[in-house]
Write a protein that binds this ligand. Structure first.
Ligand code: MF3
Ligand code: CO
Length: 250
């Protein structure tokens, strides 16, 4: 997939697109409580996205059937929303969502606790989020992709967690998935050089056990092989000559 450098106009459209998905995430977070279904979360998010005059970019992407990925507990990513999937106190849910605004994509993910969760699960969520911030310390023009990957790995590995290696972050723009790939685990090769005007979705996926994952028979839901729980944290960022601009914070 091609790596693209955005013009000043395109950067403005990326800001607008990603600001909108941040709002959708905020609204979804407020819904999370025991008793709600993943179907309701997805339906609500789709309604907000369409109400903004935008398009949910995951819907029909390679046949994905919903607007939001709702991944619960040992589901890592790409969980399909279901009417019968009722959230329970103590669960965690990873919500991944994006939209298209005037032709430009956004993408962000958060893991939320449902009610009160075990302290070791909270720790997993905290470390996953912090690993994104450790990674983006190197997300600056002139650095290389592997500096981001290695910083995430070095931070997460201290805690003995598993770093999912089957899925990576990615460039984003007029396409949901552009180059470069951004692995969350240690790399030997430097990978592409970062340049001002790149927009990247950086998204560590971390497990409490082994890093290995498998795909369910629905061909989408990615679960841990060992049944350990997993967290996901993703923002779309803009590379600049200085600190990166995080486009999906709320
Ligand atoms: N947000 C996911 C990613 O970062 C995309 C979900 S795949 C889809 O790559 F099919 F659900 F869109
Ligand atoms: Co992504």
């Amino acid at each position: 997939m091609a790596i693209t450098i955005k013009s000043a106009r395109e950067i403005e459209l990326m800001r607008e697109s990603n600001k909108r998905i941040a709002e959708v995430h905020k609204a979804m977070e407020e819904m999370i409580k025991p008793g709600i279904t993943t179907w309701e979360i997805d339906a609500f998010a789709e309604k907000i996205i369409r109400g903004m005059g935008c398009i949910p970019n995951f819907k029909n992407y390679h046949g994905y059937p919903a607007s939001v990925c709702c991944s619960v507990n040992d589901e890592v990513v790409h969980g399909i929303p279901k009417k019968e999937r009722v959230l329970q106190e103590g669960d965690i849910i990873s919500l991944d969502a994006g939209l298209i605004y005037k032709g430009y994509h956004s993408d962000a993910a958060r893991t939320h606790a449902v009610g009160k969760v075990a302290p070791e699960v909270l720790k997993l969520m905290e470390v996953t989020k912090q690993s994104f911030f450790e990674g983006i310390k190197y997300a600056m023009a002139g650095h290389h992709v592997y500096e981001i990957s290695n910083a995430i790995d070095a931070y997460v590995s201290q805690f003995g967690y598993g770093i999912v290696y089957d899925l990576t972050g990615h460039g984003i723009g007029r396409e949901l998935h552009e180059g470069p790939e951004i692995p969350n685990f240690k790399q030997r090769s430097k990978g592409p050089k970062l340049r001002t005007g790149m927009t990247l979705a950086i998204e560590p996926m971390i497990t409490m056990g082994r890093p290995d994952v498998e795909w369910l028979d629905d061909d989408w839901t990615v679960v841990t092989e060992d049944g350990s729980w997993a967290a996901h944290y993703e923002n779309t960022i803009l590379i600049t000559d200085g600190e990166p601009e995080i486009l999906t914070l709320y």
